[in-house]
Design a protein around this ligand. Structure first.
Ligand code: GTP
Length: 479
């Protein structure tokens, strides 16, 4: 049994207290298929003694049954928990994994491929502090390594741990490690990542993951776990202005109307003057209601319900801000970096659903300013964007949306692009600034925009209550 499970058994209150006071590090692991993500996470948990014995016995049995590794038991089985995916050999589980050591709590965004970026871009609250980028020591820096690193920098992640894995397959060669480190640094110089560290590891054999390796006497930079436990995370770049995207309007009876959501930035207190956007209607906070009762203040990442002094009209997808704070943009066009994740290319002028801070509107990319070649970081012209490509674009939407630059506020500066017909998340984006509409249209909510907003809402209801129906296309007049 581990130290942690001893403590749980002997003194549960001491265990909980210890956890309350530890700070939290959220990280993602990035790598090519088979670079060893699952094995690494399994190794982190196993060597930190965070796995219970019965679970371990089951993995040993499975390793023999599926014959996944020769002698060692397969730690990837610990993470790739689903029977079906083992049999198909693919990772289908999408989950946040929680673990903690004596020093810190950790959340790993452990999702396959694109899913992790979509989630991180679409939900400011889940954005990670750090990325572990895995490189197979045999293959070195690949296009995928460069792409992941670029996306990590766009996500605003300031700390990167480059784990050069499978060092056992290159005889723990210092020269090979230094070669990969130099290649990575040369490319990463063009990216905005201030803190990059390198660790030579073998996730399979356990070298430098939790325990220091005898095979790398030339390395003294600390194990991966020691770095995860000690990296100092700065979260101060974010905007200090109140932002509450309204996720739900709670009206249990005529006397109560509460606006529910998770605070994306800043803080609020009863008596504060607030503005609802995009309408611009003003009121005052009457109370902050939470699960634990009324509160005197509330901060970023808390889920709250606000009640106001006046009966002003606020709906789902609106943003409540504090009157004295820096105001967000209210506009129908913005510039943004978009990462495309769909087999069918992003086409200029094609209509998509744009979902931003809980609000869905119709919109399109009106211009691709440039596409970025992730191998050279060169900016090239492009008429469309293929799978995995990244570009700076202008997005135009049919109704005013409220947003901040992503660098100021992740929750109100990121959006996803949804394909209208398949309903798949086709892309994810980070706003750089408000932009002008190409057609010189004013930002008034015109009739067509209202109509389309209605169509989006209607289809959301259809999906919820009649999932076997397809999307409804409502016939409409010419533009
Ligand atoms: N020799 C050696 N093999 C390793 C090491 N780490 C992982 N492997 C092996 O590499 C293969 C892929 O490992 P996984 O952990 O499943 O890789 P992954 O990146 O999670 O792959 P996906 O889940 O498919 O994305 C497995 O056969 C592992 O046993 C290592 O340090 N050394």
């Amino acid at each position: 049994m581990s130290h942690q499970s001893d403590l749980i058994a002997s003194d549960i209150l001491a265990y909980l207290k210890q956890h309350e006071n530890k700070d939290l590090l959220r990280f993602i692991t990035c790598g090519n298929v088979d670079d060893g993500k699952s094995t690494l996470i399994g190794r982190l948990l196993h060597d930190s003694k965070l796995i219970f014995e019965d679970h371990l016995a089951a993995i040993k049995k499975d390793s023999q049954k599926y014959n996944t590794t020769d002698d060692e038991f397969d730690l990837a089985l610990l993470v790739d928990g689903l029977q079906a995916e083992r049999e198909q050999g693919i990772t289908i589980d999408v989950a946040y994994r929680y673990f903690s050591t004596d020093k810190r709590k950790f959340i790993i965004a452990d999702c396959p491929g694109h899913e992790q970026y979509t989630r991180n871009m679409a939900t400011g609250a889940s954005t990670c502090d750090l990325a572990v980028i895995l490189i197979d020591a045999r293959y070195g820096v690949q296009t995928q390594t460069r792409r992941h690193s670029y996306i990590v920098s766009l996500l605003g992640i300031r700390h990167v741990l480059v784990a050069v894995n499978k060092m056992d397959l290159v005889d723990f060669s210092e020269a090979r490690f230094n070669e990969i480190k130099a290649a990575y640094l040369e490319f990463a110089g063009a990216l905005d990542i201030p803190d990059i560290r390198f660790v030579p590891i073998s996730a399979l054999k356990g070298d430098n993951v939790v325990n220091a390796s005898a095979q790398t006497p030339w390395y003294d930079g600390g194990t991966l776990m020691a770095l995860l436990e000690s990296v100092k995370v700065d979260r101060d770049a974010q905007l200090n202005a109140f932002r509450l995207p309204v996720q739900y309007v709670n009206r249990p009876n005529l006397d109560f109307r509460g606006f529910c959501g998770t605070i994306a930035a800043g803080q609020i207190a009863p008596g504060d003057d607030v503005v609802a956007l995009p309408s611009g209607k003003r009121s005052k906070v009457k109370a902050i209601v939470t699960f634990e009762g009324e509160q005197a203040t509330a901060f970023a990442s808390q889920a709250i319900t606000l009640t106001l002094d006046d009966e002003i009209d606020i709906s789902r997808g609106d943003l409540i801000v504090r009157a004295g704070d820096p105001q967000p943009s209210v506009a129908q066009a913005f510039d943004a970096h978009v990462v495309w994740m769909n087999e069918s290319p992003l086409t200029v002028g094609k209509e998509y659903v744009i979902k931003l801070a809980g609000k869905s509107v119709f919109g399109r990319v009106s211009r691709i300013a440039h596409r970025v070649d992730v191998n050279t970081m060169a900016q090239t012209e492009a008429g469309q964007l293929g799978l995995n490509e990244i570009a700076l674009v202008t997005v135009e939407v049919n109704a005013p949306v409220v947003f901040d630059p992503y660098a100021a506020c992740r929750g109100t500066g990121s959006f996803i692009v949804i394909d209208r017909l398949t309903n798949a998340t086709a892309g994810a984006g980070m706003i750089t600034a408000a932009a002008n509409r190409a057609d010189g249209h004013s930002d008034d909510l015109d009739e067509l925009a209202r109509f389309r907003a209605f169509e989006v809402e209607l289809n959301a209801l259809v999906r919820k209550y009649f999932p076997h129906w397809g999307a409804l296309e409502i016939p409409r007049g010419p533009r």
